[in-house]
Ligand binder design. Structure first.
Ligand code: SAH
Length: 214
């Protein structure tokens, strides 16, 4: 796997494009510049890995658009050392962005084939993201509580288990909606019993799967 000057140059341009679309958090932009996105796509996509677009990664799934990755990461307000759960590992790209920002990342994937493929890639790239094959609706109770939880597939509703697994003061960023588009929501767990909800723009994610995956 080669990260050439050309790739680095394309990445810098991508960062400027994402910045011009309104992402202002320098920590997020620095992480975007650091992670070689072309490693996460099949080789036929290498040349276009640095366009601000989603791409197929197999099993009918996609790697999110860089702008969307940056948008969700900015909302998540990650600080060094935080324990972060991602639901929807996919290619592993988002998880690596979070690790690059100093988070200790746990990520769950529902498609076994994607989980296996991404685990191999993480090992090759020396990222320490902890990957799990399982159902994101249930979270990861054995490793809870988390400072932050990020859902990267469209959720028809907010899973109660994810709120339960947040620390007090913790944040959950989740695209909610069963139709074609989802509202980006940020939930703050204000205390044991209470949450506060903020709504952001509309996005389009692949749906969260129930028990139907392989
Ligand atoms: N974050 C990914 C993109 C995610 S696409 C990246 O950076 O590449 C959404 C992913 O969520 C898909 O890989 C899909 O298989 C997975 N997914 C769908 N339903 C899920 C569930 N219930 N639990 C965990 N993962 C799920």
């Amino acid at each position: 796997m080669i990260d050439s000057y050309r790739h680095k140059g394309l990445r810098r341009k991508l960062v400027e494009e994402v910045r011009s679309k309104g992402i202002r958090d320098e920590k997020v932009l620095t992480a975007l510049e650091a992670v070689p996105r072309h490693f996460f796509l099949d080789s036929s996509f290498v040349e276009i890995a640095y366009q601000d677009k989603p791409f197929p990664i197999g099993s009918g799934q996609t790697i999110s658009q860089p702008y969307t990755v940056a948008y969700q990461t900015q909302l998540l307000n990650v600080e060094k050392g935080m324990k972060v759960l991602e639901v929807g590992t996919g290619s592993g790209y988002q998880a690596c962005i979070l690790e690059e920002m100093g988070a200790r990342v746990y990520s769950i994937e529902r498609h076994r084939s994607l989980y296996v493929k991404t685990r191999e890639l993480m090992d090759k790239m020396n990222y320490k993201v902890k990957l799990f094959y399982g159902d994101g609706y249930k979270g990861l109770p054995a490793f809870a509580p988390f400072d932050r939880i990020l859902v990267t597939a469209a959720a028809p509703y907010i899973p109660e288990a994810l709120i339960d697994q947040l620390k007090t003061g913790g944040l959950l960023v989740i695209p909610v909606g069963a139709g074609d588009t989802q509202v980006m929501k940020r939930i703050t767990k204000t205390d044991d019993e209470k949450t506060k909800e903020e709504r952001f723009g509309y996005f389009r994610f692949v749906p969260m799967l129930g028990n139907k995956a392989e």
